[in-house]
Structure formats: structure tokens, C-alpha cells
Write a protein that binds this ligand. Structure first.
Ligand SMILES: *[C@@H]1O[C@H](CO)[C@@H](O)[C@H](O)[C@H]1NC(C)=O
Ligand SMILES: *[C@@H]1O[C@H](CO)[C@@H](O)[C@H](O)[C@H]1NC(C)=O
Ligand SMILES: [Fe+2]
Length: 427
């Protein structure tokens, strides 16, 4: 009894101390009930869960779902109501245990002009009109970075902040819906992000929550993710939707796959080598990578996992030698920024590693850090938020982290990055 109260008192004391360090936001509810209701109100041939992604230099992939079969056609043009152009795509469906997905449509439209607003309708000319803006052809360009979003009221706050940030392209380092085998949550996630993801390209890679393999019962991995979030892997010479690259406005972006094989004999490794070999820094002065499981983290969560440690061991050299400027990761539900680092030591030619897994999912924050803070860890804080990378020109980019508790205009952490191309010792 005495021991039990001592433990309680100690626990309470620890709670008070950490509460003094950070004003931790309280948990918020999952949104699924209201999102399910929204989906119930959509009629069976209306497009839902619309999202768009870059496909090659001048095209956009439009993805959407209908409950009943409808044509996979997109009508689009540069003024409201225009049907100047149309493009036909394809439709697929998947089954997962007793769940059968809606009709998942994908159509590639273009060629499109840069920095231009397009109006479009999915499935028929009488569908609701949506619009998006294509990214610019050159600097400046702004990326938003959203990690591990899930679908809670915190996620909604993060999305509200991002929608006010006037960004061009969103990068998502994995763990999207937190459906966790319950497939209708993929649909509610699609509905939650549609207002943003139908208006700007969302470029995603997978996390562990996308695997959805069930021992004995279901061996196939990434079924839902690969059906719903097709990325430009074929366009970038990859044989798998689990890793790919793309180029936009002078930035080459590599989307790695933590849960696909990454060893020196793997397809992903060979693809990465060949993709890095094709990078032309005179055309894309900036080179960044995105991955789910962080290679650098001083948070206590997920320490020592194979996907972090093993992948770092296998691929850190490739990224270092290619002079990758920055690597964004998720998985750990907190924010942390490292200095330029290589093999655990500060190194002016290494990438800046940034963990941004704090989008707001239902698992909550990862609040415990290793003590003392490693020298190479520049800033760390367990709060929900998102990041912005404003690439100003060929040499300068401003990275900022925006905590949800503050106004979006407030950068809770920010740093100017200089592209490694312009650092004479490194080029
Ligand atoms: C799309 O398919 C429809 C029906 O098969 C056809 O009439 C139309 O010409 C096609 N449009 C394009 C742009 O290929
Ligand atoms: C690039 O942007 C930085 C930051 O705004 C500025 O100081 C620098 O002069 C710019 N470089 C060029 C070549 O315009
Ligand atoms: Fe994760």
C-alpha cells in the first residue's frame, strides 16, 4: 500500500515537472462519426475523396471514388464551367476481408500550364466543379509537410493551418488514415482531406499504418494504400508505388519507402542509385528526401527499429554522397530538427534531418526525449503542427515549423537552409 502511494506520488511529481516544461494540449476526439455521416449524404454516383498528384513534368493525376460505376473521365479548363479538355482514365476496386471498396478512378490530365488555376469535374459535366492550382515552373515554391495526420479534431486543426499557408505542393511522410484494418476509415480520411487534396497536389509515401497485413489471414500488404493513393512511380522509373521521385520548380524530391525492402540487393536500393544518378543539379539545385521512419531522432518513441536503423545503415551513404539537402520523416509524433549530419556527427555536407510526425493522429504525442539532448539535435518539441519549406531561389530556402496552438503566421521554429550545391567544400 505504502509503495503504491509512493509510486503514485512520484508519478504525479513527474507529471507536474513535464507539465511545467511544455503546456501539453489535451487529447481531442476522432472525427470518424461526423465524417461517416458526410459520406452517407453523398449520392452514389457523385465523386468523393478527390485528390490530385503530380504526374511527370506537366500532368496531374486526378483520383476519386464513386459508390456506383461511373465513367473515369475528367473535364477541365482554365475558366469556370469550361469543358475545353477531357481525359479518360481507369477504374479499380479492391476487397479487404468483408469490405468492398467503391469504384476508385484515376485519370491523368494535361499537359497543363504552370502556376495556373484549372477548373475540373470528375465523372460527368454535371458533377460539382472543383479547382486546383498547378505549381510554378521556377522558384519560389512552397511545400507544406504533414506527417502522421490520422483523422481527429487535431488533424482538422493542422489541416486548417495548412489551408491558410498558401502552399504549392504537400509532402506527406506516411501514416495517412490510421484506418488500421477498418477500411471505412480510409473513406472518411479521403473525405476529410478532399478540400485541400483536390486543390493542390498531395505527394505521399507510406508508413507502417499503410501495411495492413494480417498474419495467416491476409498476406498482401498495402492493398488499400496502393489502390487509393497512386503516385507517379512509373513516371519516375520505379517498379513500385512504395517509392518514387518527382521534380517540381527546381526541386528533385525522393519519396522513399520504409516498409519496402531497402538493402543493397533490393529493387528500391537500385532504383534510388539510378534516380540519384539522373539528378541534374543545374536543373534542380535542391535535392530532398522524404521517408516514414526517421534515421535521426532523440525521442524515446520507436528507438532502434529496424526500418530506422537498418535503412539508415543501407542508404545514408547514398544520400550523403548525392548531397541531399534535407530529409523529412514522420513516425515519431513530435517535432525535431537536426543540424546537418552524417554518421551521427555534425557534417556541413550532410542533410538536415527533420521529424515532422505531429499531424494529430489518435495515438497522441510522443513526449519523452532522451537526456541529454544530442549535440546534433537542434530543436525538439512534442506538439501538434506542420512544416513549410519555402524554396526562395537556387541557394536559399526557409524551413519553418508551425505549432497548432499558435496562429499559422507564427513560426515556432525556423531556419534558413543553403543548398549544398552552393557550399564550395561539398560540391
Ligand atoms: C473517352 O472515352 C469516350 C467513350 O469511350 C470517348 O467518346 C471519348 O472520345 C474519350 N475521350 C478522350 C479524350 O479520349
Ligand atoms: C536568394 O535568396 C536569399 C534570401 O532571400 C538572398 O539573400 C539571396 O541574395 C538570393 N540569391 C539570389 C541569387 O538572388
Ligand atoms: Fe508510423
Amino acid at each position: 500500500m505504502a509503495l503504491k502511494s509512493l509510486v503514485l506520488v512520484l508519478g504525479f511529481a513527474v507529471a507536474i515537472v513535464s507539465a511545467a516544461e511544455y503546456r501539453r494540449p489535451p487529447p481531442r476526439n476522432s472525427l470518424s462519426r461526423s465524417l461517416v455521416k458526410e459520406l452517407d449524404d453523398v449520392d452514389s454516383t457523385s465523386p468523393q475523396q478527390v485528390h490530385i498528384s503530380l504526374s511527370g513534368e506537366n500532368n496531374m493525376r486526378i483520383s476519386w471514388i464513386t459508390s456506383d460505376p461511373t465513367p473515369a473521365v475528367v473535364y477541365y479548363g482554365t475558366s469556370p464551367g469550361a469543358n475545353t479538355f477531357s481525359a479518360n482514365g481507369s477504374t479499380n476496386q479492391y476487397k479487404y476481408l468483408l469490405y468492398k471498396s467503391g469504384e476508385i478512378h484515376n485519370a491523368i490530365i494535361g499537359p497543363l500550364n504552370r502556376n495556373t488555376v484549372y477548373y475540373y469535374r470528375c465523372g460527368s459535366t454535371s458533377s460539382p466543379e472543383l479547382s486546383f492550382k498547378t505549381p510554378p515552373s521556377t522558384f519560389p515554391i512552397k511545400f507544406s509537410v504533414l506527417g502522421d495526420p490520422g483523422q481527429t479534431e487535431w488533424t482538422k486543426t493542422t489541416l486548417d493551418h495548412i489551408s491558410k499557408s498558401d502552399y504549392d505542393v504537400l509532402l506527406l511522410p506516411g501514416d495517412l488514415s490510421y484506418a488500421d484494418f477498418y477500411q471505412p476509415l480510409w473513406d472518411t480520411f479521403g473525405q476529410l482531406v478532399q478540400p485541400l487534396a483536390s486543390a493542390r497536389p498531395w505527394m505521399v509515401t507510406h508508413g507502417n499504418h499503410e501495411i495492413e497485413k494480417i498474419p495467416v489471414v491476409r498476406r498482401e500488404k498495402f492493398t488499400s494504400y496502393n489502390a487509393r493513393w497512386v503516385m507517379p512511380y512509373e513516371e519516375s522509373g520505379s517498379s513500385s508505388n512504395l517509392y518514387y521521385s518527382f521534380e517540381v520548380a527546381g526541386v528533385h524530391v525522393i519519396m522513399l519507402g520504409s516498409y519496402a525492402d531497402f538493402g543493397p540487393d533490393s529493387d528500391q536500393y537500385r532504383w534510388l542509385q539510378s534516380d540519384l544518378g539522373k539528378v541534374d543539379r543545374s536543373k534542380t539545385p535542391w535535392l530532398i528526401a522524404v521517408v516514414h521512419a526517421p534515421w535521426y531522432s532523440s525521442n524515446e518513441a520507436h528507438q532502434g527499429e529496424y526500418e530506422s536503423v537498418g535503412m539508415k545503415k543501407a542508404m545514408e551513404d547514398l544520400l550523403y554522397k548525392a548531397r541531399v539537402d534535407a530529409v523529412f520523416a514522420g513516425h515519431v509524433h513530435a517535432y525535431e530538427r537536426f543540424v546537418r549530419v552524417y554518421k551521427d556527427e555534425a557534417n556541413e555536407c550532410g542533410p538536415v534531418y527533420i521529424n515532422i510526425g505531429d499531424g494529430g493522429n489518435r495515438e497522441g504525442l510522443a513526449s519523452r526525449y532522451m537526456d541529454p539532448q544530442p549535440k546534433v539535435s537542434g530543436f525538439r518539441e512534442p506538439s501538434f503542427g506542420h512544416g513549410q519549406l519555402l524554396v526562395v531561389n537556387a541557394t536559399h530556402a526557409l524551413w519553418s515549423w508551425h505549432r497548432n496552438d499558435d496562429d499559422v503566421a507564427v513560426a515556432s521554429d525556423h531556419i534558413w537552409l543553403t543548398s549544398l550545391l552552393s557550399v564550395s567544400n561539398c560540391s
